[in-house]
Design a protein around this ligand. Structure first.
Ligand code: AMP
Ligand code: ZN
Length: 114
């Protein structure tokens, strides 16, 4: 998607502080962190929301979660704890319409989320 900011990060057209990079996904620091540690893990392939996932995407989603755990460990928050969140559409609080996994840590998370 030519006008998608996260496609542009994945292709290097927009700079980001990269934390992980492989053939399926990219992880980078969130530009407006909501916790002391806040990263995003995105598939390289443009997917608008989780609503469009098919059975063929199951390995990809598992990979995103494993990379999230790696990124949390590298960020020093794995043992104390962290939150993984996919926001979907308006009620889910989604603003950028390219699937992304939030990885938040470094403070106590609230529950339920606001
Ligand atoms: P969401 O509300 O789930 O769509 O979250 C989108 C997230 O993307 C927000 O936390 C933003 O701060 C973050 N974000 C938007 N643009 C960029 C960017 N260019 N680099 C890093 N993070 C970004
Ligand atoms: Zn995209």
């Amino acid at each position: 998607m030519s006008d998608c900011p996260f496609c542009k990060i994945a292709s290097g057209q927009i700079p980001a502080r990269l934390l992980h990079d492989d053939d399926q996904c990219v992880a980078f620091a969130d530009i407006n962190p909501q916790a002391p540690f806040h990263a995003l893990v995105i598939p390289r392939r443009h997917l608008t929301t989780l609503n469009e996932l098919t059975a063929a995407d199951e390995p990809l989603v598992g990979h995103l979660l494993r990379v999230a755990a790696e990124v949390a460990r590298a960020g020093g928050v794995a043992e104390k704890g962290w939150r993984a969140s996919f926001n979907t559409n308006r009620d889910g609080g989604q603003v950028v319409f390219h699937v992304h996994l939030h990885v938040l840590g470094g403070r106590q998370m609230g529950w339920p989320p606001g």
